[in-house]
Design a protein around this ligand. Structure first.
Ligand code: ZN
Length: 188
């Protein structure tokens, strides 16, 4: 047990020190101290710690046995806490299609054809805004849109664009927007 956590932290440090560089199995096995379990430790970094370590399943320009960590920021813990059953239910309900851009799981991504579309589960209403982990508040999002959703530097929509969207919305959604605006600007 002690051995394995040591190997995992050595691998974690190595990935973080080599962001953006493709690494092969020999290199990672050596970093892990030559243990045969090195691949499982890499998987744990992904599934338990949320590091987005990419393989040939994620990117067609990676060969089998090649690994790449592009970003030091792990996926937030809450998105990893959603059960396998809920995850499967939401993906199936959404037809294994990104609910933002329409990319289909396993197919080349429309915005970046070198990447195979991998779907994540995202919150409709963010956890920080009181959204729940219930399936009704979850949707399928591809990695590209999921990264965008966390990117706070996204351009703000103009009033004109917002009005176009609001005019197209259902009356009940329009009322919800009105309620939200009233609570935000009570004196206007
Ligand atoms: Zn997408």
């Amino acid at each position: 047990m002690r051995e394995s956590t040591g190997a995992r932290s050595r691998l974690r440090a190595h990935f973080l020190a080599n962001l953006g560089r493709v690494m092969n199995a020999d290199e990672l096995r050596e970093v892990a101290g030559g243990i045969s379990e090195w691949a499982r430790r890499v998987r744990e970094l992904r599934t338990e710690e949320g590091y987005l370590i990419l393989t040939h399943n994620d990117r067609s320009d990676l060969k089998p046995g090649e690994y790449l960590l592009e970003t030091a920021k792990p996926e937030p813990a809450f998105s990893r806490n959603i059960s396998k059953e809920t995850r499967a239910f939401v993906l199936d309900r959404n037809g294994f299609t990104c609910q933002q851009c329409g990319a289909v799981a396993g197919e080349p991504h429309p915005y970046d054809p070198t990447r195979k579309t991998r779907l994540h589960i995202g919150h409709v209403i963010d956890k920080s805004m009181g959204g729940s982990d219930d399936a009704s508040n979850l949707r399928a999002l591809c990695s590209v849109c999921n990264e965008g959703a966390r990117n706070l530097t996204l351009d703000r929509p103009s009033a004109q664009k917002l009005l176009i969207q609001v005019r197209r919305a259902t009356a009940s959604d329009q009322r919800e927007v009105l309620r939200w605006l009233r609570s935000k600007f009570p004196t206007d």
